[in-house]
Design a protein. Structure first.
Length: 230
């Protein structure tokens, strides 16, 4: 009898283990939301922008182990993730006051920046399963009212597009940005963020994004994320 009771207790513990594990799973924090059906140049909802995978809905951050995962969700998305190569996603953010930027594309062909003559490290390389990088940018004033924003890659990151969920995920190692427990991550106001593109989809030409004139859809962080203590 005692053995049967012991076996029954062990079975109950094993059955409860998955539930306990699930209960401890980290919960994503919503850091921005954006209305559906507003994607188009400067929010004019041009036809095809949503179908192309550019209609932003929300953004979330979740800590998993030694990484932060940034998940960006859209109203819908084609099987390619988004239209390839000619469009890029930008997210300007700060880590305890230090400015950074994500660039994401569903595909990328490595080529030189014809204006800055930099970024030659990936010439000839092709990413067809998604391209994700962490950058830091500087503004270089030009004659008239133009400003050239040069961004150097800090690191090429892991990430993935999930067309079924109409989202993509960027994986940021905490150590890469010197983030630790309690570190604050908020929206940046430098670079293209100053022209309405803190978080946005834009077309790009010759490795340049002509913000604010070509913004397809844009959002801004409404919540400052703090790296949890656990």
């Amino acid at each position: 009898m005692r053995r049967l009771i012991a076996l029954g207790a062990a079975a109950a513990l094993l059955a409860a283990a998955p539930a306990a594990t699930a209960a401890k799973a980290p919960k994503p924090a919503m850091v921005f939301e954006d209305p559906a059906d507003d994607a188009g140049n400067q929010g004019t909802a041009l036809p095809g922008a949503s179908e192309g995978g550019f209609d932003l809905i929300k953004g979330e951050i979740v800590k998993k182990g030694k990484n932060l995962e940034f998940v960006v969700t859209h109203k819908t998305m084609p099987s390619t993730g988004t239209l390839p190569e000619g469009f890029r996603f930008l997210w300007h953010f700060t880590v305890d006051g230090e400015d950074y930027r994500f660039t994401a594309k569903s595909a990328d062909i490595g080529k030189p920046d014809v204006l800055a003559q930099s970024g030659t490290d990936r010439i000839g390389q092709v990413d067809t399963d998604g391209h994700f990088r962490l950058e830091q940018c500087v503004d270089e004033p030009l004659p008239a009212v133009l400003t050239l924003i040069n961004c150097r890659p800090v690191e090429y990151l892991e990430g993935s597009f999930d067309p079924d969920a109409a989202s993509f995920t960027i994986v940021l190692p905490l150590a890469l940005v010197k983030a630790k427990k309690g570190t604050s991550i908020g929206g940046a106001a430098s670079g293209a963020a100053a022209s309405g593109c803190q978080i946005c989809w834009v077309p790009h030409y010759a490795e340049r994004s002509l913000t604010p004139h070509t913004i397809i859809d844009a959002a801004a962080m409404s919540v400052v994320y703090k790296v949890p203590k656990k």
